[in-house]
Design a protein around this ligand. Structure first.
Ligand SMILES: Nc1ncnc2c1ncn2[C@@H]1O[C@H](COP(=O)(O)OP(=O)(O)OP(=O)(O)O)[C@@H](O)[C@H]1O
Ligand SMILES: [Mg+2]
Length: 261
């Protein structure tokens, strides 16, 4: 069976820093997969390669068997791959619904000319986008926030708003970069519920997260990076018992994470 996402011998370097070195991983459809590792391990860089922000120096990335390495993020979104960012990327002056509609517009078919001319198809698509945005806000638990300005929303709500926007492109796989970072325990619990709900809806989730308790609870498989290299791959039990993983986390800020997992 073809994996949903295949990462094969992928490397990228920034000057002398080998941020990701020869990483290979196969992600089948369904369920929740996580990438962990100490600060600077290369997690975000790997996400950036998978989501088309960086082209790999070497290696191949295939979505449903088709090469996507180096494809622009908007083209990737059309192929079914969507993401959120480690640093919140929400339009603060826009309403919650408008933030989600920005994502929906990627799927609309109306041409620029039609938009300028104000053809009926434009308002039809806008209505459909608003309807879709409402559904998604409901899905992420923000039903009552539709008209609210993003600047008036709590941090945890904004994290879920960003996820709603990423879901607007109807992805088959969604990449979440530290969705619980900066969240309090209640907000983290809401994010966990949402991650499970996304997976249950049939969308494959790829997660980067420092909250080890969350990672160990939700992940079916975990890939561990250290200094750009894959050092372990397996389920939570296997990863927690692996000597290389324990060593990688010791002596870094990550020792606290490892101890709390
Ligand atoms: N655009 C860039 N230019 C130069 N170096 C970079 C760039 N992006 C990442 N790096 C370097 O690549 C390495 C991996 O960084 P990356 O951000 O992928 O780590 P990370 O695992 O996401 O860390 P964190 O847990 O702190 O988010 C680090 O040494 C980082 O300084
Ligand atoms: Mg990162």
């Amino acid at each position: 069976m073809t994996a949903l996402l295949t990462i094969e011998n992928v490397s990228v370097a920034f000057g002398g820093i080998k941020a990701v070195q020869n990483v290979s991983w196969q992600i089948p459809q369904g369920s929740i997969y996580s990438i962990i590792g100490p600060n600077g391990a290369g997690k975000t860089t790997l996400f950036n390669i998978i989501s088309g922000i960086y082209a790999p120096d070497q290696g191949s990335i295939r979505l449903r068997g088709e090469e996507i390495g180096g494809l622009r993020p908007d083209l990737l979104a059309r192929q079914g791959l969507s993401r959120t960012f480690q640093n919140l990327q929400v339009f603060m002056r826009m309403s919650a619904a408008d933030n989600v509609m920005v994502g929906c517009h990627l799927h609309e078919k109306t041409s620029m000319l039609a938009q300028i001319a104000g053809w009926p198809s434009v308002s039809r698509e806008n209505r459909a986008s608003l309807e879709r945005a409402r559904e998604l806000l409901d899905f992420v638990g923000l039903k009552d926030h539709q008209g609210r300005s993003a600047s008036a929303m709590s941090y945890g709500a904004l994290k879920r708003l960003e996820i709603a926007r990423a879901l607007a492109t109807r992805p088959v796989i969604i990449l979440l970069d530290e969705p619980a970072a900066g969240c309090n325990p209640t907000e983290t619990a809401e994010i966990e519920t949402l991650i499970r709900k996304i997976a249950a809806s049939g969308v494959t989730v790829l997660l980067v997260e420092h909250d080890m308790k969350l990672v160990m609870r939700v992940s079916s498989r975990i890939l561990v990076l250290d200094r750009g290299q894959l050092i372990c791959e397996g389920d939570a039990r296997r990863v927690q018992q692996d000597d290389r993983v324990i060593t990688a986390y010791l002596g870094t800020h990550g020792s606290r994470e490892a101890a709390s997992a």
